[in-house]
Design a protein around this ligand. Structure first.
Ligand code: AFP
Length: 280
């Protein structure tokens, strides 16, 4: 039985995507503010967050809205907690490269464990606009039409068994010794695909098999990416598609939630490649 609230949230995100895309050209400048992670945000980040908050707040069965751009959660009624990264990779807007929107639907107050997710999805603003959604253990890919309708093009997305691509974030001199050893090995086996927006890079892995990581760094042992808005939802999608996720030691879905904006090292991809990293 499809959860009506989950479907309504995914519909709202899909229906807002064409509007977000159409409004990007005029919002390629930095806003005069920082997000709770201390990053300067783009005008587009603030705008997309406002649109999504408004649409998701109207849905019956949603109790809380939270986003990477807001310090605190917003009470909007009773029900699920919806966590969004309104424009993942927004620093790609100036260079006109791919970006995404990420949504995680938690059946618990935030910060929550990834095990409390009931669904997760991402929109990819690439040459076309698509949504990859994981619900009840099944992952679908849809093309988002100009009117925001979702047209399913793959009813059962599975991670390919034969990995071919990798993408690693962070500056090489800032990589730990253990990660550098791992990266040097993977580089000899797979092709590099790194574009600076996690959603674009993860969708390469979902399509061709391989591994994406924004790892722990010497300067930031927790890495860069946010557990509630980025790590958990992407882990939920990749694991539902037969892959694995990790913070370097365990599934991201088992990382203890301590703060709404906590960061975590992120590894997602084919199980063998993730277990090889965990074994070091
Ligand atoms: P922005 O949203 O500030 O562009 O950051 C994107 C991101 O959170 C994630 O999508 C990327 O994987 C990562 O940061 C890129 O970080 P680097 O700029 O350090 O490569």
């Amino acid at each position: 039985m499809t959860d009506e609230t989950v479907e309504a949230v995914l519909d709202a995100v899909a229906e807002t995507a064409p509007e977000i895309r159409a409004g990007l050209p005029g919002r390629r400048t930095k806003a005069d503010e920082e997000n709770p992670s201390g990053e300067v945000v783009m005008e587009a980040d603030v705008w997309a967050d406002g649109l999504l908050a408004e649409r998701i707040a109207e849905i019956d069965g949603v109790g809380t809205y939270a986003s990477e751009e807001r310090r605190d959660t917003k009470d909007v009624g009773a029900g699920y907690s919806v966590a969004c990264d309104p424009l993942d990779g927004s620093s790609n807007l100036r260079s006109n490269n791919s970006m995404g929107t990420i949504v995680g639907i938690y059946d618990a107050p935030l910060p929550a464990s990834g095990r409390d997710l009931v669904a997760a999805a991402y929109v990819l603003y690439g040459p076309i606009t698509t949504m990859v959604a994981a619900v009840d253990g099944t992952v679908t890919e849809s093309v988002i039409e100009h009117d925001g309708a979702r047209r399913v093009v793959d009813e059962d997305v599975r991670l390919p068994d034969d990995p071919t691509v990798y993408g690693f974030g962070g500056r090489v001199p800032d990589w730990t010794v253990a990660f550098t050893d791992y990266a040097r090995e993977v580089e000899t086996e797979l092709k590099l695909r790194y574009g600076g927006a996690m959603i674009g890079d993860v969708n390469q892995v979902m399509t061709y098999g391989g591994v994406f990581s924004y790892p722990e760094l010497e300067s930031s042992p927790e890495g860069k990416l946010r557990l509630q808005f980025e790590g958990n939802p992407i882990a939920y999608v990749v694991e539902s598609a037969g892959g694995r996720s990790s913070d370097g030691e365990r599934s991201l879905l088992d990382v203890e939630p301590t703060d709404l904006h906590q960061r975590t090292p992120v590894y997602v991809g084919n199980a063998e490649l993730i277990e090889r990293r965990e074994g070091r």
